[in-house]
Design a binder for this molecule. Sequence first.
Ligand code: UDP
Ligand code: MG
Length: 311
Amino acid sequence: MLSIVIPAYNEQENIPAAANEIAAVVSALTAEYELIFVDDGSRDGSWQTITQLSQDDPHIRGLRFSRNFGKESAIFAGLKNAAGDCVAVMDCDLQHPPALLKQMYELWQGGAEVVEAVKASRGKESLIYKLFAKTFYRIMRKSSGIDLDRTSDYKLLDRKVVDALNDLPERLTFFRALSGWVGFKSERVEFDVAERHAGQSKWSFSKLFKYAISSITGFTDFPMHIITWSGVLFFIFSLILGVQTLVNFCMGNAADGFSTVIILVLLTGSILMLGVGIIGYYLSKIYEEIKCRPRYIISQKTGTDTHRKDV
Ligand code: UDP
Ligand code: MG
């Protein structure tokens, strides 16, 4: 069986089109398939649309979150509830072309365990967004060795990989990187990002920024090392300055370098604050994880429940 997980947040205009187009491609591949729409606490008519579709078509199922938990949680809820021998994850706005599923499915049949769709082009994005994405990918690559440039959340995963992901105990997840982290035999296919079918991107800048910071800190402790290194740098700097001051003092020409003092105090202060801030961020992540709250809460389900049990 092939499962397709589709996170949806305020996508009532896109859901019927997505269901139609995806089902058209998938039904040509196999008769046994399911489309799982995960309604991430939408405030529009998304859930009603999903319910209606699931009543008309037994292949369609829906999960509804009790509130907006974010796309990551929606993906993981879909993976947990998917029954397929392979599971594809794709966006609801048709920016991930459904036609590509055929190629991905065939690669899976050929033995690939993770089929990643990578962006041949990034589609229409603003300059600021592009710059932001580039910086984020560079930090990720340099610090954790994971190259995420051009990757997307459009993936097809074998059951083994889905089980491995489901078994990860952490709450703060980053699907795009984790599906690479778990390993397995992977293949790549390229696609051009299509334009959004309807509506606007559901990511605000602040939401994206938080997502980026949490992904970086979730994968690398590199920012913490920056603190240590700036400490070392400052130590060397203060040694040099200390020796110079002593020499000046001994030679009796201790200048009244008040400006140096001010600059040093400001600099040390800000670096210390930055350091404490970074450590605080990691601490808050530990706090988040240690609370062991669920990644999401499902409030409703619709459609024929397949055999695998939810956790
Ligand atoms: N999405 C979600 N929860 C959110 C934000 C987005 O489930 O809090 C879904 C959204 O419905 C869509 C996918 O994630 O199916 C990608 O969102 P969007 O198209 O807004 O992102 P972009 O393509 O701009 O990166
Ligand atoms: Mg989109």
